[in-house]
Design a protein around this ligand. Sequence first.
Ligand code: ATP
Ligand code: MG
Length: 299
Amino acid sequence: MINNQIIAVWGSPNSGKTTTSIKIARELSKNKKNVIVVMGDIVAPALMTVLPEIDMRDKSLGKVLSAPQITQESIMAECITLKKNEYIALLSYKQGDNVFTYADYERERAVDFLILLRHLADYIIIDCNSYIENDMLSATALELSDLVLRHITCDLKSISFYDSHLPLIASSLYKADKHIKILSNIKEYQSKSGVIQRYNGVKYQSDYSRELEEQFLCGELLKPLELKESISSKRVITDIADIILYGGKDKKEEKQSEINVDKIIPIKLHRKANINNKIKSITEKIKLPRLNKKRGYHE
Ligand SMILES: Nc1ncnc2c1ncn2[C@@H]1O[C@H](COP(=O)(O)OP(=O)(O)OP(=O)(O)O)[C@@H](O)[C@H]1O
Ligand SMILES: [Mg+2]
């Protein structure tokens, strides 16, 4: 097993980054691995939305990042441990924090933070902010992580987001071609093929699950998913956990070859209502991007 890894979970807004971060932490903890989940959202601090009953006291990620000095002790002091799962600790902005609550910090601080974190747990999951241009920690995590999980949803807003943001990570420093792409929260009325084609294939597809949505709404993401409707969400989480734990050498990983444009299976259309067809026809008309050889950007 490969320990001391940093996994960045990034993607368009509302694409399931926080949900995946918590679910993967849970999956890794089942293997008796210590996990720290760093929740980088300062616009709407994530912890109180996903685990509302947790007592944060005065703990905040903002304190660690803006303090004059950073040490492993100062990081641990802001971590919240869970009573129900002793393998998981959370590091999040606290309720009421906003972008003006703490002093700004430079890239060096984000680098030091990640270096120190790496040795505090078997796995570090960074639940990144979508807007890396405004968040030093998320931008640095995309650069220095061992693995980046990139969430995409089947809608024009997600495509618009990536048209604006992929050029920001075009530099080889970000190794964007190594990102693991996940098409997430796929509703039955959404067309996937245009989106998959646009991004040159995705590795995983996770269908909408009402059970998962309800867990999110009830602050119960650390509970297991049990219903049939959650099969694809569960499989994506366990397969990614295998990659993290075994470095992609797991047998399952061999079988999960990347879906590329040649292998796209025609999607069964669900013509339930006219509105659904309308949504499909919009997403199917998406123009394919042009290759920008100069910048090496080809998605
Ligand atoms: N597979 C899924 N099935 C059902 N609901 C899902 C699924 N994936 C994500 N969701 C729902 O999508 C919403 C957004 O999820 P989440 O907060 O994890 O996204 P995010 O990318 O972290 O958002 P933000 O950009 O605000 O940080 C939640 O209501 C969550 O329950
Ligand atoms: Mg989030």
